[in-house]
Design a protein around this ligand. Structure first.
Ligand code: BG6
Length: 490
């Protein structure tokens, strides 16, 4: 059961870029669902802010259309929708000029939490921060929310951090990595630190290696322009996969509090070894021809409109964490688009028993803990047992399987979208699930040399087929170490 429905005190939330893609796809639907869940106290106010010269009525009609398009069943309930729209306002504003700022400031005179969503291009962050300050809106109770990508390398991330720090304290800056808002990603911490069972085994003495896979079936879609400059390394690896790596590898924080958790994550990033060139594989998907199963689909280069693109849509790498807990345990990370299935899973492969009392014929066996983040969220522990029957002591591996939806039954309810959780945390001022500035910079400091290496060696990504598991070189990354990727389950 999602028990986060304790009402949030009246607040002001302003969405800069209120008519943009993120507002439409994520922010507005998330706000609406939390409103329907009874989480907004009387007096909550949501203000769309954008350049478009529309009025509040026009914006409410826009929001109503957006919500109806999301096919949220509650958007069909006119009373509920009407009540939500009653909280919505609009101001036409110019991030780089004076237009609209006095009007916004005049509306926000109460002393209460204020959240400003910077759902605009990063080059406007500085202007927005400056204007908020000039108009007295950057009070202690103000929070700003920024989306990834947070910079495109270490230098730009530092610049952005410095820009935001001019008028806002770190405790007011909420950097979103939406993976941290996913229920199952938060569950990673519950599984690790809520059970005595795993933690004593969670180290290089017992764990052979760990695999983190985030596979997608979607292509680059309409974001070709952005994606071709980012690639899988900046779009997914620098943030989502590194965050998963941190949660799976970090030391137990003293408490579940923002800085305690983020300090431990930062230590993991700082302990990462540089990635060796032969421990990394990049891929780019080919077009799928007419007549192939599933029909024709454009290849990566066509999709981004850049016939010579050297950007990767797939990446797999092996790394190590040089600390007492993990020295000697490889971590394998992979992510890609247009793969055979959508599957985010973390596999913790334990070592084989030091000695088999059952002799050679019993084979080699090792426990595997699979944590499925999406879809079909759950946990499977592979356990070795005796094969039933009179055939002697023959061992087989069987799954001890828990799918959360089945285990929790109707109480599991609808899993809230990551943004629902994250927006509520912003309004409450809880930064545990947001990236701290030093964390982001440390992540770039690890990523930058990888990208610089590709550039200096003039490397191009390996082609792979749509609907495959990625380039064959990625399989070799494992087989060379006498290991194998555990399937992207279709
Ligand atoms: C985004 C990336 O951050 O995460 C996208 O920019 C990617 O390229 C998306 O598709 C994946 O998120 P999810 O929640 O669908 O796993």
């Amino acid at each position: 059961m999602y028990s986060g429905a304790i009402p949030v005190d009246p607040f002001d939330l302003v969405i800069f870029g209120g008519t943009g893609d993120l507002a439409r796809r994520k922010i507005l639907p998330a706000l609406f669902r939390r409103f329907c869940a009874g989480q907004f106290a009387e007096g909550a106010r949501i203000t769309g802010a954008a350049r478009a010269g529309m009025d509040a009525e026009g914006y409410r009609a826009f929001v109503a259309d957006v919500l109806r398009d999301t096919a949220d069943p509650q958007a069909g309930d006119d009373t509920m929708l009407g009540r939500f729209l009653g909280t919505v306002d609009y101001v036409a504003i110019d991030a780089t000029g004076e237009n609209g700022w006095a009007e916004l400031a005049a509306r926000m005179t109460e002393d209460r939490a204020r959240a400003f969503f910077f759902s605009v291009r990063p080059r406007l962050f500085g202007d927005l921060a400056e204007r908020l300050h000039q108009h007295g809106l950057a009070s202690d109770r103000a929070r700003i929310v920024v989306e990834k990508p947070f910079g495109h390398d270490l230098a730009s991330a530092r610049d952005l951090n410095a820009t935001l720090a001019t008028h806002f304290h770190e405790s007011q800056i909420f950097r979103i990595d939406h993976y941290l808002g996913k229920e199952t990603v938060q569950n990673l911490m519950a599984v690790r630190f809520g059970n005595m069972l795993f933690e004593p085994l969670w180290n290089s003495q017992y764990v052979d290696h760990i695999q983190i896979t985030v596979a997608e079936t979607v292509g680059v879609g309409g974001r070709g322009d952005y994606y071709d400059r980012a690639g899988a390394i900046r779009d997914m690896m620098q943030n989502h996969l590194m965050q998963l790596l941190c949660l799976i590898a970090m030391e137990p924080p003293a408490k579940f509090d923002p800085d305690a958790v983020r300090d431990e994550k930062l230590k993991v990033i700082r302990a990462l070894d540089p990635v060796q060139p032969h421990h990394i594989v990049r891929g780019q998907y080919n077009a799928r021809p007419e007549g192939a199963g599933g029909g024709a689909l454009p290849g990566y280069r066509e999709e981004v409109g850049n016939p010579r693109s050297k950007t990767e849509s797939y990446i797999a790498l092996r790394t190590h964490i040089s600390n007492w807990r993990w020295a000697g345990t490889p971590f394998y990370l992979r992510t890609g688009k247009r793969l055979v299935a959508r599957s985010s899973v973390i596999n913790v492969m334990f070592k084989e028993t030091p000695h088999s009392i059952f002799g050679q014929e019993a084979g080699r066996h090792a426990n595997l803990l699979s944590i499925r983040l999406q879809p079909n969220e759950g946990i499977t522990l592979q356990v070795t047992i005796k094969e039933p029957g009179p055939g002697g002591m023959r061992l087989i591996d069987v799954p001890l399987d828990m799918t959360f939806a089945e285990a929790l039954g109707p109480a599991s309810g609808r899993a809230p979208d990551a943004y629902e959780r994250l927006i509520v945390d912003v309004l409450r001022g809880n930064q545990t699930l947001f990236m701290r500035g030093d964390e982001v910079e440390a992540a770039w400091a690890w990523i930058d040399p990888i990208i610089a290496g590709w550039t200096s060696r003039g490397e191009v990504p390996k082609p792979y087929d749509i609907g495959s598991t990625g380039p064959s070189d990625a399989e070799q990354l494992m087989t060379r170490d006498d290991r194998k990727w555990r399937g992207i389950n279709p």
